[in-house]
Design a protein around this ligand. Sequence first.
Ligand code: GLU
Length: 286
Amino acid sequence: MAYGAELNQTRFAPSPTGPLHLGHAFAALTAARLADPGQFLLRIEDIDQGRCRPEYEALIAEDLHWLGLDWPQPVMRQSERLPAYQAALDRLARLGLTYPCRCRRSDIRAALSAPQEGAAVIGPDGPVYPGTCRHRRMAEAGPDDAIRLDAARALDHLRLDEIAFLDENIAPGLPHRLSAHDFIAGVGDVVLARRGMGTSYHLAVVVDDAAQGITLVTRGKDLLDSTWIHVLLQRLLDLPTPRYHHHRLIRDQQGKRLAKRDDARALKLFRDEGISAAQIRRQLGF
Ligand code: GLU
């Protein structure tokens, strides 16, 4: 895989909400391989404090060391970076591109099922937001509100008619593109700060990839559609757009994507059964 002559900086960015499974091992090994001879970093994505557990964070380090990976210290931890996310959010608010949203999931479902709406479009975060709160101003934001990006205004502000990024795995040699029209219709007004959380996955990942100097973002193809949001946020915040490598997903014997919430077999279970890291690496093609 050609990723240019310069040294790459990549990262593996798990959330400590459960034990790592084979899919995570594949993601981490891919990031480390594509960094070589540059630098592979670890980042702990623990903004959802209700679901994250310190014991899972300890297990992440143990599992990755067992696989033969190493990374510089200190490790970036998103729960310690809320001021950086707030600064980014303030900047977008000053540009007039954000609004407070008080809709609950059920409100969104109800608005989308109104007869004039037609079939709901499903974007990277679920049904595309119908814009119910778009008229609200930031001055009215309350503690129970989420903050959304006004996608049409944001694209207009940048005078962008498309969003593009490079991914040697998805579209070798060509930028992968989405028109502004398709962004508005298919992605829409995404949440930048979840209720009571100060940020969302999208905002945090963009701010942190820039802060860590990540030049090549490697992650599963399940996040491909989120990348449009990240590239737009990079433009709005004057941050560099890294290159991307969206890799295949590891599936179970039924062809289903492995997920922590299913009973995906944890790496620790393989370890405890005496299976070697070399066997796991070989199984995953490393
Ligand atoms: N934290 C995300 C996850 O566990 C990955 C973040 C990313 O690669 O952008 O799926």
